[in-house]
Every structure is written in structure tokens, then in C-alpha cells.
Design a binder for this molecule. Structure first.
Ligand SMILES: [Zn+2]
Length: 201
């Protein structure tokens, strides 16, 4: 039975490089790996682009209302699905991946962020954590040298804690931070909830 994989990590963990490499490994051997990305990610339009400049055109740009099952019916002899920015999948699309892997016997390899800039799970990632057969963490490195699991948002060079979950194409940037640096640089200075807890202590 085919498996559903979720390879997650913070920004700069090299997820898109692995996406491109995984698709290449299959396609260069004459197999068909279908490369997919959700449309909410507008950077690169019809392609996936890594931070070190590698880029590859995708087969499907998936809109939130699109059905993955409808799409894959158009292809014959699919070896696997490779999905970038999988945190933007809807819960329903993740359920479709469960059906595709279990009933259509086609593996699905997903790459994405686990948490947003506040440290909350993305909807797609939450569903993938619940249903994936295999979870694998890709490592990004914090400024202090420890493993980074959080994505701190910076606007005009300052860490921020308020704002929308998704701001693609805006003027913000993200730093991968470890738990300790995220707590001390973002949560304690900017989160009312954390400040309240500390005052009581
Ligand atoms: Zn750190």
C-alpha cells in the first residue's frame, strides 16, 4: 500500500531543493512524478523556486476548490505525487491524498512548513500530521546554531507577532529560529499571552 509522506521544516530548511530533486530522480528514470503546488503560493507562478535559485515548472497549480482526485484521473501510469508548500493544502485535499495513497496506491510526498510565524499549525500541516504514514523533519539552523523549528516574521527589520497568517509577496521576511530564540526574541517581547503568564510568575 502506498504511503503519504510529510517532510516538514522551517524556512530555509531546503524543502524546495528536495522537491525539485525528488521529482527529477523519478522523471530522469522514465517514471512520472507529478509536481504540484497550491495556488495560494504565488511566488514563481507556475514553478517552484528554491532560495538558492533552483527552479522547476510544476504540472499542477492547485486551487483551494480543486480536486486532486479529478486531476490524477487525467494521467496514466503515475509513479507518485510530489507536493511543495503543502501547508497550503485544504483539509479536504489532504483527505483526498489519503484516498489516493490507500485506494489508488499512488504515493504522495509532501513538503511544507509545520507552523506559521506565531508558532501555530497551518491547516494543511495539521491534517498531514494526523494522516501521514511518515513524518520527517528537515533541519534549518537558527542564528545561535541550534535546530530552528519556528519562522519569525520580520517587517522593516523588526520581529512582529500580529498580522495575517499568509502575506506572500509582501515586504516581510522570515528568520528560522530555535525554541529559545523564538521565545526570547518574539514571544516575550510581542505576545500579550506570554507577557501575562510571566507577570503572574
Ligand atoms: Zn536560537
Amino acid at each position: 500500500m502506498a504511503k503519504l509522506y510529510f517532510n516538514y521544516g522551517a524556512m530555509s530548511a531546503g524543502k524546495t531543493i528536495e522537491v525539485i530533486e525528488t521529482a527529477y530522480k523519478y522523471n530522469s528514470r522514465g517514471m512520472k512524478a507529478l509536481l504540484i503546488k497550491p495556488s495560494i503560493d504565488t511566488k514563481g507562478n507556475d514553478s517552484v523556486t528554491s532560495r538558492i535559485g533552483m527552479s522547476k515548472e510544476v504540472d499542477i497549480v492547485l486551487k483551494p476548490d480543486d480536486s486532486l482526485i479529478d486531476y490524477i484521473k487525467n494521467y496514466e501510469n503515475l509513479t507518485c505525487l510530489v507536493i511543495d508548500e503543502a501547508q497550503f493544502l485544504t483539509e479536504k485535499q489532504v483527505y483526498e491524498l489519503v484516498i489516493i495513497t490507500k485506494n489508488f496506491d499512488i504515493p504522495a510526498i509532501c513538503y511544507g512548513l509545520k507552523v506559521d510565524f506565531k508558532g501555530n499549525l497551518f491547516k494543511g500541516s495539521e491534517a498531514l500530521i494526523r494522516y501521514a504514514d511518515s513524518l520527517n523533519e528537515l533541519v534549518a539552523i537558527c542564528d545561535c546554531g541550534k535546530k530552528a523549528r519556528f519562522n519569525a516574521r520580520k517587517v522593516n527589520g523588526e520581529y512582529v507577532y500580529d498580522g495575517e497568517q499568509v502575506l506572500i509577496g509582501a515586504d516581510e521576511s522570515y528568520d528560522p529560529l530555535c525554541e529559545t530564540c523564538f521565545l526570547n526574541k518574539v514571544l516575550i517581547p510581542h505576545s500579550k499571552e506570554f507577557q501575562k503568564i510571566l507577570k503572574r510568575g
